[in-house]
Design a protein around this ligand. Structure first.
Ligand SMILES: Nc1ncnc2c1ncn2[C@@H]1O[C@H](COP(=O)(O)OP(=O)(O)OP(=O)(O)O)[C@@H](O)[C@H]1O
Length: 431
């Protein structure tokens, strides 16, 4: 424990050691008076020979956070007189980190706020720098997403993840699961698009041998596998109307019956659903059951599109590049990043990843420059059919595809996947 000698607030400082996370005692003027042992272990000693301010220590700023454009939990707690919670990115000996901050005002007998206790919990599900975490980002939209996940994960609330295609809904679902108390049990995923009634039921509830033609053995349903863990229903908006009642029953009662089975079984799972559709509009059009909507929409989380988090494009690009090619030999120029920032990513992070996979194939050097990115983007425009139809582009595209096929030893399925087109389109383009 560390205490600022001048202030002599030893009693309060002793109290900090009761917290099982890093904690500091701060004045309403942002001055840190004391820190506990966890703080010392995580962030090191604070130099208290001169006044130490939280905005300087945690952010290396010369002014309070709100003056630097970030929400300040201390000012919020000062205004509300109540506990406040916010997600910040702090500088620590480990570099930048997402921190879940809780701040509690301490009042004197005249009910004036004299101090704040600030608790700092490291958020490991996200990363503000290139790293192994699935989720990287520093933009306000991303931080809001991380804050929502951090808040809801330890509860049992059903989560509805709403976002455009390729924004990271599955990654977010996995983050909720891994930050929950169910993390040691499985997270089971059911992709709901294109399922027939029989397939949906037998996938979800399992079936008994002989239940229908082709049911040659007993099959465990995903609901049973998810027991104790999380059930993730991707593209929930694609569940046909007639099947929604079966899903509702499962969610309401936690019970189900395998296809062809007589006895009712029970499963204890946490539900996460995802969709790119406006489910409420579907309810209004009579395409989605209202009762089911209210069951799945307990805690909705908006997953931001890349358009909403343009400031993350550089970090995402460098992270994805490292993930695609683990040798670490590739780098990307700032001009190339600027070009990517101007692109309209309809397929969001997945599209960015595809473009970078192509760039690795097309680039003759380990430095991905503006020209390579430009070619990759033009190919995309061309396949969407909204670019100028120059023969050059056609030639470029053909060269690119041939190059791509060679690079994967003639495997056309792989080449098509890298190009982000179907194998059939690939054959059509190279014939
Ligand atoms: N915050 C993030 N940081 C780094 N990579 C991410 C992030 N979010 C998503 N990704 C990557 O983006 C790609 C798309 O993510 P994901 O499959 O979760 O999207 P989705 O929204 O579920 O897509 P769909 O709507 O098609 O099902 C994946 O390669 C994933 O690893």
């Amino acid at each position: 424990m560390q205490i600022s000698q001048k202030q002599g607030n030893e009693d309060f400082a002793m109290m900090l050691n009761a917290y099982d996370c890093p904690a500091i005692l701060v004045t309403p003027q942002y001055q840190i008076l004391a820190s506990n042992q966890h703080y010392l272990e995580s962030y090191g000693k604070i130099d208290t020979s001169k006044p130490a301010y939280c905005f300087k220590v945690s952010h290396n700023n010369d002014c309070p956070c709100e003056q630097a454009g970030e929400p300040c939990p201390l000012s919020a707690a000062y205004a509300s007189g109540k506990k406040e919670r916010v997600l910040h990115i702090h500088h620590s000996p480990r570099g930048k980190e997402h921190i879940d901050i809780e701040i509690l005002p301490i009042l004197n007998d005249k009910r004036e706020i004299t101090f704040f206790v600030e608790l700092l919990k490291s958020v490991t599900l996200a990363n503000p720098k290139i790293g192994n975490n699935e989720m990287v980002g520093t933009s306000p939209a991303f931080n809001q997403l991380v804050e929502n996940i951090t808040r809801v994960a330890p509860t049992e609330a059903s989560v509805l993840l709403v976002g455009e295609t390729g924004t990271g809904k599955e990654v977010a679902a996995s983050a909720v699961h891994l930050a929950s108390n169910r993390k040691d049990h499985p997270m089971v995923i059911l992709e709901c698009s294109g399922l027939t009634e029989t397939l949906f039921e037998s996938e979800l509830f399992g079936h008994i041998k002989g239940a229908f033609t082709g049911a040659l053995y007993n099959k465990q349903g995903l609901v049973e596998v998810a027991h104790g863990g999380t059930l993730f229903l991707d593209e929930i908006g694609d569940v046909p109307y007639e099947l929604q009642i079966k899903l509702l029953r499962l969610i309401e009662t936690g019970t189900y019956r395998p296809v062809g089975g007589k006895e009712t079984r029970r499963s204890d799972f946490r539900l996460i659903c995802a969709t790119h559709q406006d489910i409420l509009a579907m309810v209004e059009r009579g395409e989605f059951r209202r009762d089911l909507y209210y069951r799945i929409n307990v805690f909705p989380i908006h997953i931001p599109s890349l358009k909403e988090r343009k400031q993350d494009i550089a970090l995402l690009t460098r992270t994805l590049l490292q993930r695609i090619d683990q040798s670490g030999q590739y780098s990307v120029t700032d001009c190339a990043i600027n070009l990517l920032k101007k692109h309209d990513f309809m397929g969001n992070i997945r599209e960015l990843r595809n473009i970078l996979s192509r760039a690795l194939v097309l680039s003759n050097t380990p430095i991905i420059d503006r020209h390579v990115i430009k070619t990759c983007l033009e190919i995309d425009r061309k396949t969407r059919g909204d670019s100028g139809t120059t023969t050059d582009l056609k030639k470029n595209e053909l060269n690119y595809l041939k190059h791509l096929i060679d690079s994967v030893d003639g495997d056309k399925d792989k080449a098509a996947a890298l190009a982000g087109i179907s194998t059939r389109s690939l054959y059509r383009k190279i014939q």
